[in-house]
Design a protein around this ligand. Structure first.
Ligand code: TYM
Length: 331
């Protein structure tokens, strides 16, 4: 809570062009909190460097991710939209939280295990302590809810454990946050291998649909999506590809699985894939148009980024001072 208002916080790494997994699992749900919560949505560039980045691309994607926040309906006058590295308190609190986070806990993180397997030549300490920085992001703003996809749930649970551990020593220092996941869309799978999560850093372009893909590309990617040898559109065990497409369709339309099964009764996979592709393209079209407008106005984006960082820094400093005082630092 901040000033009697509940707080929503979330972040997205600018480590690749965003996918419909990021959109349906997280971004699309951010504006839901705007009216009733104090909202902080951050572009987490410091997390992104746990994997090697090309500087010019990181810079471009950082601005683009902020533009996408706005294009997806986050009004910068009603939400605090900013870039993580612009608020040094994140790094400062991360260090402190590192000292309350256990080696064993960090070793159990699925994202760490996955990423260290994928980047075996660069298993750096930042990759390992990544969740302490994420906990700092969240706890700095006394966050109540964290809208995320399913893959980040474990990190928010660790954040809760860290907060509770510290609160036991220094009562009421942090609000203990709740992870919030959408009913449909919390885990969108790869179109090429529906047993694997859709990931923005996937090298196979056919596996991912990007928020900024054009209409033809979106429809083509869905047409090529891996399914099965059955012909009936129904949600069932062993039908990972179709289950994923139905989940995507449900997340975009709000329809239930039963409604979708009825809608496509007696129709083949071809018809269904086209409908998913068209719905996805239709829903992303206004986001893409708004994104294009925003990117044409660099000065506006820079001004929003600066305003957001100033706002965030104000609240972050408050929590950080409180933490430092409790810990015994001279401030
Ligand atoms: P990141 O950048 O990998 O993903 C951003 C958000 O998108 C969700 N997401 C998905 N949801 C459904 N299906 C998918 N295939 C899919 N892929 C990604 C993620 O769950 C996430 O909500 N560590 C975070 C970034 C972060 C953060 C935070 C999030 C840093 N600090 C504080 C919340 C609060 C990450 O790597 O997300």
């Amino acid at each position: 809570m901040l000033n009697d208002r509940k707080v929503s916080f979330s972040g997205i790494q600018p480590s690749g062009n965003l996918t419909i997994g990021n959109y349906l699992g997280a971004l699309k749900n951010f504006p839901y909190y705007t009216e009733n919560y104090k909202c902080f949505y951050c572009v987490v560039d410091m997390h992104a460097i746990t994997v090697r980045q090309v500087p010019a691309e990181l810079r471009r994607r950082t601005s683009e991710t902020l533009a996408l926040y706005i294009a997806c309906g986050l009004d910068p006058d009603k939400n605090t939209l900013y870039v993580q590295s612009h608020v040094p308190a994140h790094a400062e609190l991360a260090w402190i939280l590192n000292c309350f986070t256990m080696f064993g806990e960090l070793s159990r993180m699925t994202q760490f295990k996955d990423k260290s397997a994928r980047h075996a030549d660069n298993i750096n300490a930042g990759l390992f302590t990544y969740p302490a920085l994420m906990a700092a992001d969240i706890l700095l703003y006394q966050t109540d809810v964290v809208p995320i996809g399913a893959d980040q749930k474990q990190h928010v649970e660790l954040t809760r454990n860290i907060a509770e551990r510290i609160n036991q020593i220094y009562p009421d220092l942090f609000t203990v946050p709740e992870p919030i996941m959408p009913q449909a869309g919390a885990k969108i799978m790869s179109l090429a291998d529906p047993t694997k999560k859709m990931s923005k850093s996937d090298e196979n372009e056919n596996a991912v649909v990007r928020i900024l893909d054009d209409r033809d590309t979106i429809i083509r990617k869905f047409r090529r999506a891996v399914t099965d040898s059955d012909t009936c559109v129904r949600f069932a065990e062993g039908k990972d590809g179709i289950n994923n497409l139905m989940t995507i369709y449900a997340a975009f339309t709000g329809k239930s699985m039963e409604e979708i099964e009825r809608e496509f009764e007696g129709r083949g996979y071809g018809d269904f894939k086209l409908a998913v592709g068209e719905t996805c393209a239709d829903q992303l079209a206004p986001v893409q148009a708004e994104f294009k407008k925003l990117c044409a106005d660099k000065a506006y984006l820079e001004a929003q980024m600066k305003k957001g960082a100033d706002e965030a820094a104000y609240y972050a400093r408050k929590t950080l001072s409180k933490v430092k005082k409790k810990l015994g630092f001279i401030i």
